[in-house]
Design a protein around this ligand. Structure first.
Ligand SMILES: *Cc1c(COP(=O)(O)O)cnc(C)c1O
Length: 369
């Protein structure tokens, strides 16, 4: 270890999105949209790049046009949101880091409930922030007693919740939301709505009425722009101003801003695929539920979570971890890449063809367990 580095970095590993994989494969491990942008939209973006973007000039560091367009989109759902309620990040990952920098960097800690989005914990650790993980109950709802105890015993600055959660696909329940509502105002509540377009459930309106709530959204999933790294936060202006202070000045390239603007302008077309996703989700969910070797949970998103059933594990004399590892690697060998995480398998919904191949491959693997 280099002597000038912070010693705690020795325990961390660089984030590896994909292990080595055979090609071609069905990439169903990162919850992206399976469909690229339409050719017409790509062509108009290319033209925009040639005619409008000056490569020698820094991007618009204030994100003026994009913030206004985002506010307009968010307001469609219900909220009275303006550009002053929006901060834009290089993916919502950057916003998560800005939130951590703005709140917890000196001796604060954060509360997460695993299985959940790993980036909260990873980014906190790189900043020397302690991560208190209170886990979840068998139905993946928050253990509210454990969470309450954790709050009493630690100086928690931020509570991170995904709505609906990844990898388990369950939205927040009324009881969970009520618990978040009664948290003191000196604790920031982050509600990550990365999958809002799929779930159509949002806490934006309520967040705008609370000084200590912030909603995160992204263009990486339903809007098909994962390559462009655009996320945004929605909150009252004082919190937005704090996030603006700690971010990098030119955090979002001109081309990504243009892509997000164009996606919003063509949202009717881009989000038109959501109905298909919902149909595919029902088809895949009922197929998975019909497999006696699997246990699955309802999904409010574009992915489904499952484990091997207790009965299957008893018959096989395997542990859950061994069984899942086997299914995961066998699927990968057949060209289907899913995510093995949080003690289960998370399967992103792909195109109809991809989903059919997933079923075929999974059936073969499960039959030969
Ligand atoms: C995919 C995802 C994001 C998106 O992150 P970006 O950095 O915007 O690509 C954020 N939160 C959760 C829970 C996610 O699953």
């Amino acid at each position: 270890m280099l002597p000038f580095l912070r010693p705690e970095l020795a325990a961390l590993k660089a984030y590896q999105p994909h292990p080595p994989i055979p090609e071609p494969y069905d990439q169903l491990d990162t919850n992206e949209s399976p469909i690229d942008l339409p050719d017409t939209l790509k062509a108009s973006l290319a033209k925009h790049y040639q005619q409008q973007i000056q490569a020698n000039r820094y991007p618009d560091g204030g994100h003026g046009a994009l913030k206004a367009a985002i506010a307009n989109y968010v307001a469609e759902a219900e909220a009275s949101v303006t550009a002053a309620n929006i901060s834009v990040g290089n993916g919502s990952d950057e916003l998560i880091r800005s939130i951590l920098i703005a709140t917890a960097i000196n001796n604060g800690s954060i509360l997460v409930a695993s299985p959940t989005f790993s980036m909260y914990g990873i980014l906190a650790q790189t900043l020397g922030i302690a991560v208190i993980d209170v886990g979840r109950q068998n139905n993946f709802q928050l253990d509210l007693d454990a969470a309450q105890t954790a709050l009493q015993e630690n100086s928690i600055r931020v509570v991170f919740m995904v709505h609906p959660n990844s990898p388990t696909a369950n939205p927040l329940t009324t009881a969970e939301i009520d618990w978040l509502r009664q948290l003191p105002e000196d604790i920031l509540v982050v509600i990550d709505e990365a999958y809002f377009e799929f779930s159509q459930q949002t806490l934006v309106q309520e967040s705008l009425n609370r000084s200590n709530w912030v909603v995160l959204r992204t263009f990486s999933k339903a809007f098909r722009l994962a390559a462009h790294r655009v996320g945004y936060a929605i909150a009252q202006p004082p919190l937005i101003n704090a996030l603006e202070k700690v971010r990098l000045p030119y955090n979002l390239p001109s081309f990504s801003q243009a892509a997000a603007l164009s996606a919003l302008e063509h949202r009717g077309q881009l989000l038109g695929t959501l109905e298909n996703t919902a149909t595919e989700r029902e088809t895949m969910a009922s197929w998975l539920a019909s497999q006696p070797t699997l246990q699955t949970w309802p999904s409010a998103s574009n992915f489904i979570y499952c484990r091997l059933s207790d009965k299957a594990l008893t018959t096989l004399g395997m542990s859950q971890a061994e069984g899942l590892h086997h299914v995961f690697t066998q699927l990968r060998q057949r060209g289907t890449l899913i995510r093995h995480t949080g003690g289960g398998l998370r399967i992103s919904l792909g195109t109809i063809e991809e989903n059919q191949r997933t079923q075929k491959h999974l059936e073969a693997v499960l039959t030969n367990l």
